[in-house]
Design a protein. Structure first.
Length: 257
């Protein structure tokens, strides 16, 4: 079986695949100073609650934006699974041609998203990933990663607003009953949520104009389920898109299908 791990700045998503079937998936808070043994213990404990263990794992694929944890997961694979982890980067076979000026700067999670979207739709794609940052990735109709855009994430924007404005408190990120907020809390929720919706639809619209039709638009990330129903440009939300991309990369580098 295959363990896939997507290490983000705030959360870490993981899943276990048998072939292309996702058997288990879970999310953890990203702890940058976690040791190899602590990481192994956390994942093993979750798997045991679901009737398995790390001992069932044969292969590991990792994408990580936290360098210390990239190394830690590689060590985990060697120590507990007795195999070399496949760490996603621009030098790994993905089926995607990277057409940006500095391929080494491309976040591996964004590359995994591009792989999954291209494999699924087979046409020009835009992936919107709602995480610590909101990222927009453009993939051409011929499977080329062309670049995209990066904006502050919803919760990142809320934290900045609360920290810089003394009279504004941190609020729950959810749509208010109306766009016209009738209290400070509702006004902040309206600005955060509908501001993000407007940003997303505006950027996606411009990306689609540059890519040309048809363009598939898919969202992923924790807050994607909040924005997708309000957006006029996002067709679907898939919270497992990054994990799926890692599984497909495993296939392309000699793994089971």
């Amino acid at each position: 079986m295959l363990l896939v791990v997507d290490v983000g700045n705030t959360h870490t998503a993981a899943g276990v695949y048998s072939g292309r079937q996702l058997l288990h998936e879970w999310r953890l808070s990203t702890e940058r100073d976690a040791t190899v043994d602590e990481l192994a213990g956390r994942h093993d404990q979750i798997l045991r609650l679901r009737g398995g263990s790390l001992a069932d794992i044969d292969h590991v694929v990792v994408c990580s934006v936290v360098p210390s944890l990239t190394a830690a997961y590689a060590d985990l694979s060697a120590k507990y699974i007795d195999t070399d982890a496949l760490v996603l980067g621009p030098d790994v076979r993905t089926g995607i041609t990277i057409r940006i000026d500095t391929p080494a700067e491309l976040g591996p999670d964004r590359l995994a998203n591009a792989v999954a979207a291209w494999q699924r739709y087979g046409t020009a794609c835009v992936v919107v990933d709602f995480g610590t940052a909101t990222t927009f990735d453009a993939i051409s109709a011929t499977g080329e990663y062309l670049g995209g855009a990066i904006a502050p994430g919803l919760e990142t924007s809320l934290e900045a607003l609360s920290e810089r404005a003394a009279r504004l408190l941190k609020v729950d990120v959810r749509p208010p009953e109306s766009v016209i907020g009738r209290s400070t809390v509702q006004s902040m929720q309206s600005g955060l949520v509908y501001g993000t919706v407007g940003q997303v639809d505006g950027i996606v619209g411009r990306l689609r104009a540059e890519l040309g039709d048809p363009v598939a638009v898919v969202a992923t990330g924790g807050l994607g389920s909040l924005i997708t129903p309000l957006s006029e440009t996002i067709a679907a939300h898939d919270p497992q898109l990054t994990l799926e991309g890692l599984q497909r990369v495993h296939e392309m580098n000699g793994g089971e299908r």
